[in-house]
Design a protein around this ligand. Sequence first.
Ligand code: ZN
Length: 322
Amino acid sequence: MTADAADAAGREPDGAEEAARFHTLLTSFEGRPAASAGRGKDPVNEPMIRHWCEAMGDANPAYKGADAIAPPTMLQAWTMGGLSGHTDRSSAYDELFSLLDGAGFTSVVATDCEQEYLRPLRPGDAITFDAVIESVSPRKTTKLGTGHFVTTRTDVHADGDLAGTHRFRILKYTPAAPPTARAGKPAQPKARRPRPVVNRDNRAFWEGVGDHRLLIQRCTACATLRFPWLPGCNACASPDWDTVEACGEATVFSYVVMHHPPFPAFDPPYAVALVELAEGVRMVTNITGVPYDKVRIGMPVRLEFLRMDDDLVLPVFRGSEG
Ligand code: ZN
């Protein structure tokens, strides 16, 4: 690193002139390799194609059988280093990152990727790739914070032919301060949870919640249960229904932990779960009684009604640790 670079890396560039100077320094990385003569850890192969198709739910027959090709969107998968990584990464990418880190742009988020396909990949193709730092944007301010977009282009070769190009863009940024910490602004009163939209198709559900009863719709023509509430039956199209009351037993079918973006009435991180009721239908809900990082698939949970404020009660599910 040059003396100028060390100087620029040592402090947050805030003035426009300084930001422009810092950007000029960043653009000196454009065109430098991020990885040279990289090698795919495995040739294109049927098991990886099958796992990908299963994970994506893609049943296209082109990806099966003797003349199978790989799904084009797998392009990047063949270049990935896995947990052990690649040894062919260049120092330029690391230098660019330390420069951005040093200037306070310490957070990173992947923003988008673009791919071009030039020829199909088939089982047996040996993959090599070269990656170049294609561009570094001027300083941009986004909702996440202020930083620079870095675009890397990877050219993927199969048995020596250019098979496709993968452009990957990240934002290296300084996180925006949380609203309560912004200078000069008093903390806002806590926002209320969003209100459910109650209409004639789901009014009886919310009336049930008001009475601390979780009601599932049941088609009176074919007895199929449905949740969330809908105007007609997906199984037989009948518009006629009655309800059954959920017994309250359920298990966590799946869940995510929300870290970002923050919503005013929610305190991240928190778990949002898809629970499967004993009756067989599933619903999206919150899990109470268990820290967000202790929620697990298959965990038994039990219905309870949580009063959020004066006029909102929500059905949630309580788990227990251990
Ligand atoms: Zn039905």
